[in-house]
Ligand binder design. Structure first.
Ligand code: ZN
Length: 262
């Protein structure tokens, strides 16, 4: 009886859970800690760019993202370090980190970065981009900057990075709402249900250099079946990565900011 299911034997539709990573910034300690916390909770990984820049582990982070087989788009630091753009609009400290990373990268990883595709990219009914939908390098900090993307959204759910601020925006009945989605200290995750008729522009936060005042590594998991986004924060061994940054001679402000998540 090929093709006929007997009652009670029908297999449930498999839910697809996407691990959403962004702004890893060559911080392998934060990445490994986040991956440990997310273990067994996702089926496929997505990376919104900025694998490298600022942190001490560019080659290690690229190798790990490749190992995850993450669907990856480029960020502005990937472009600068991969030689796709100059990076002369970067501040002096970021430029120093670009130079340092270029010298440290293997030729193969340099080529990998330069070949990363630009966003936005569509996947399984959602979209992801590094900065903004119309400009991969634009920072979406406020509702005024988010509204354009929300009104013209190609899918109800869009993930973005670049600002290093976990959270995002929702749009319904001509109203843009700011979403506060960071789990409080002592809690590791918070669930945002995706409602039909609402459009979402969601930032998983930064793995390797959070800037929202919470130094914990940030990421998200999107379950396309139950239509929910889990926002995660996990503490990691910041001193461990800072010691490698000191040894590498990376600028002090980059080292210190990890302590404060600023
Ligand atoms: Zn970044």
């Amino acid at each position: 009886m090929i093709g006929v299911h007997r009652r009670g034997e029908r297999k449930p539709i498999k839910s697809m859970r996407y691990l959403i990573l962004s702004d890893i910034h060559a911080n392998k300690t934060a990445l490994e800690t986040a991956l440990d916390a997310a273990k067994g909770r996702w089926d496929r990984a997505v990376c919104l760019g900025d694998l490298v820049g600022y942190g001490p582990d560019p080659n290690e982070v690229i190798a790990r993202v490749q190992q995850l087989e993450a669907v990856t788009i480029r960020g502005n630091h990937d472009k600068a370090i991969g030689g796709v753009m100059e990076g002369d609009d970067f501040n002096p400290i970021a430029q120093f980190a670009v130079q340092w990373s270029r010298e440290k990268l293997t030729a193969e990883n340099q080529r990998y970065l330069s070949a990363l595709p630009r966003g936005p990219k569509a996947l399984d009914g959602f979209t992801f981009v590094h900065g903004a939908l119309h400009d991969e390098d634009e920072y979406v900090f406020s509702p005024a900057l988010a509204v354009d993307g929300l009104v013209n959204a190609p899918t109800p759910v869009i993930f973005f990075g670049h600002t290093h601020l976990q959270g995002g925006f929702s749009f319904r009945d001509d109203n843009v709402m700011v979403l506060h989605t960071t789990p409080t200290m002592g809690r590791s995750s918070l669930v945002l249900p995706i409602e039909s008729g609402t459009t979402y522009l969601l930032n998983p936060g930064s793995i390797g250099q959070p800037r929202d005042g919470d130094p914990r590594a940030a990421f998200a998991i999107f379950d396309t079946d139950s239509r929910a986004v889990e926002y995660w924060r996990v503490p990691y061994d910041i001193a461990d990565v800072q010691a490698r940054m000191v040894a590498a001679g990376l600028p002090e402000p980059l080292i210190l900011r990890l302590t404060f998540g600023r």
